[in-house]
Design a protein around this ligand. Structure first.
Ligand code: C2O
Ligand code: CU
Length: 503
């Protein structure tokens, strides 16, 4: 069905407030609820699953080093409404829908990280094997950054997130607040997700391919989902009226599979000022930006010379297709006051890249494979989720990971707990490629194009314990491009004086 473009205004997800205190810290309660959501004025209401029933969920705004507790309550129906005809990791053995929340980009303790097996079903009726609890602790110890929270239940993350379980989480710090960047209503979050709708307004998600053999317990999952409609902040192809001045946009690609090459229809340049882990050292002037699932980009667009114009945010990978357009900026609002905001030439101090401290170099392949039934799988080093852990760095140690993509497709690779730095991008035959703009700054997710090798460096801190790392194409993550990350306590190091278990 064809939906009109740019007829609905861009909504801004509301900011959630604490509902009390818990152990002396602000306490938030979020309920996962089934709800009806209006994605477009011409579309009947759509059944969604949202945090507090909202799509995207409510936005958290927290200050650095001000920890909070969040109780994540599952009040969803017991049955998934999207096609779930797989038995991957027993996602079907538990008849009730499993959920667990991960705060993406945060260094949380293992039992507040949303371990995929820490799932629980409605009202905590059934629970997974590990770390299961509803109330999570977030230290907010990192620098100012745009994080996001989303479902992470083993084997069904692709469906839960597609159904709507995702939201934003901003950490603020004094340094960022002291900069003259656009603020308040001139700082706008943009959560981009592709979706497909049935004519009755319901969400469409493809059925799994047919069983290759009648002997199989279940078919393969689809290896990719590409929607035919683009939503921003839960509206289909919205518009935003802007003043002729600078705006800061906090972009999140929360799509299951789709990587975007964002650009403006008039080829206007804009500034990249931050990535996953906060501000860059210096702004980078760009005219397009490749953003894979789960990556966040902090950009400043200056509309001051575009008064009266309509500028479309486009995806240059899809030029000419309906999905090649994302939203429209109408520069039709009068300037309410002079624009004193600036993009300063120096943005933030980034920690030095600890190349001299590297303790281990790992080389890990990204490959496609088949499971015992001949079903397609995407894997790291040919290993599945169930294989014994192999990525077991020591706490406080520095490692280089060389990720070798032997497939033709894009894989956005996400490592929990850490921020890493991208230190090299190479072709299959070893030629150094220029870095992508998004390779700068502190990262937790990196886009790896088909055939490329990417080198990352990171320090495993501040916690030891059981985490995960995975591809953030959710269809890959679910089958089976996800592996444990076990950070081992380092006996040579004294315990951190800020023992995480003292709170
Ligand atoms: Cu955004 Cu492990 O996930
Ligand atoms: Cu992948």
């Amino acid at each position: 069905m064809v939906l009109r473009k740019f007829v609905d205004a861009l909504p801004i997800p509301s900011v959630i407030k604490p509902c009390g205190t818990h152990k002396g810290k602000p306490f938030y309660k979020v309920q996962m609820l089934e709800a009806l959501h209006q994605f477009h004025r011409d579309l009947p209401e759509t059944r969604v699953w949202g945090y507090n029933g909202m799509v995207p969920g409510p936005t958290f705004e927290v200050e650095q080093n001000h920890p909070i507790y969040v109780k994540w309550e599952n009040k969803l129906p017991l049955k998934q409404f999207l096609p779930l005809d797989t038995t991957i990791h027993g996602a079907h053995d538990t008849p009730e829908v499993r959920t667990v929340v991960h705060l993406h980009g945060s260094p949380s303790e293992p039992d507040s990280d949303g371990f995929p097996e820490a799932w629980f079903t409605r009202d905590f009726r059934q629970t997974g094997p590990d770390f299961v609890k509803e109330t999570y602790y977030y230290t907010n110890s990192e620098r100012a950054a745009g994080l996001w929270y989303h479902d992470h239940a083993l084997g069904i993350t692709r469906l839960n997130v597609y159904a709507g379980l995702a939201g934003l989480y901003f950490i603020r710090d004094k340094h960022e607040q002291s900069l003259p960047l656009p603020k308040g209503k001139y700082e706008v979050p943009l959560v981009v997700q592709d979706k497909s709708f049935n004519p009755d307004g319901s969400l469409f998600y493809p059925k799994q391919p047919d069983n290759p053999s009648p002997d199989l317990p279940c078919p393969s999952i689809v290896p990719a989902f590409l929607g035919d409609t683009i939503t921003v902040n839960g509206k289909v192809w919205p518009f935003l009226k802007v003043e002729p001045r600078k705006y800061r946009f906090r972009l999140l690609n929360a799509s299951n599979t789709r990587t975007y090459r964002f650009k403006l229809s008039n080829n206007h340049s804009f500034y990249l000022i931050g990535t996953d882990g906060g501000l860059l050292a210096r702004p980078i002037k760009v005219t397009s930006l490749d953003v894979s699932p789960a990556e966040r980009m902090d950009i400043v667009v200056d509309f001051s010379e575009l008064e009266g114009q309509k500028i479309i945010l486009q995806d240059a990978f899809e030029t000419g297709n309906p999905v090649g357009e994302i939203m429209e900026f109408k520069v039709t609002k009068p300037l309410s006051r002079p624009d004193r905001s600036k993009v300063p030439p120096f943005l933030s101090h980034l920690p030095k890249i600890p190349l001299d401290q590297v303790r281990k170099i790992r080389r890990i392949t990204l490959n496609d494979s088949e499971d015992e039934f001949g079903r397609l799988m995407l894997l790291f080093d040919d290993k599945t989720w169930m294989d014994p852990p192999t990525e077991t760095p020591l706490l406080n140690s520095v490692e280089i990971w060389e990720l070798v993509n032997q497939t033709p497709g894009i894989h956005p690779i996400h490592i929990h707990l850490v921020n890493f730095r991208v230190i090299g991008r190479f072709t299959a035959n070893g030629t150094l490629l220029p870095p992508l703009p998004a390779d700068f700054g502190l990262k937790d997710t990196v886009l790896i194009n088909g055939g490329e090798t990417v080198r990352l460096i990171m320090k495993f801190q501040p916690y030891s314990g059981k985490y995960v790392w995975h591809c953030h194409r959710l269809e890959h993550e679910d089958h089976d491009m996800m592996r444990p990350l076990i950070v081992l306590p380092d006996k040579d190091h004294k315990d951190d004086p800020q023992d995480p278990h003292n709170h």
